[in-house]
Design a protein around this ligand. Structure first.
Ligand SMILES: [Zn+2]
Length: 113
């Protein structure tokens, strides 16, 4: 994985727009994973449905590496609107860079998954 980049990368749920939370291994998930806050009961109202938007850390790293590799090509100053997908087994994760900002010289990329 690319260390140092994660602080500049925000993974968000494409359904809810909220930042995905890194969760420790639990239940069927044997390794750390990112989940939508609305996956957790305490973040939902009684009538809200659970959001099953979950991506394991290894696959999330592939997403980040994919986006970073686009940056390195230098084709775009802004990657906003860049879309791609990564596969894990027979599951396909589509993602899109929804925001690419520069704050105090720091570059921040928001990736919706
Ligand atoms: Zn969600």
């Amino acid at each position: 994985m690319i260390t140092g980049m994660w602080e500049n990368i925000k993974l968000v749920c494409k359904e809810h727009g909220c930042a995905l939370i890194l969760m420790p291994p639990a239940g069927e998930y044997k390794s750390p994973y990112y989940a939508c806050p609305k996956y957790l009961k305490e973040n939902r109202t009684p009538i809200e449905k659970m959001c099953g938007n979950i991506i394991d850390l290894i696959t999330a790293e592939k997403v980040v590496e994919n986006v970073i590799s686009q940056k390195e090509k230098g084709l775009n100053i802004s990657l906003k609107g860049y879309k791609s997908k990564v596969k894990k087994g027979n599951k396909i994760y589509e993602f899109e860079v929804i925001r690419h900002t520069f704050v105090d010289g720091k570059e921040i990329l928001y990736i919706a998954i």
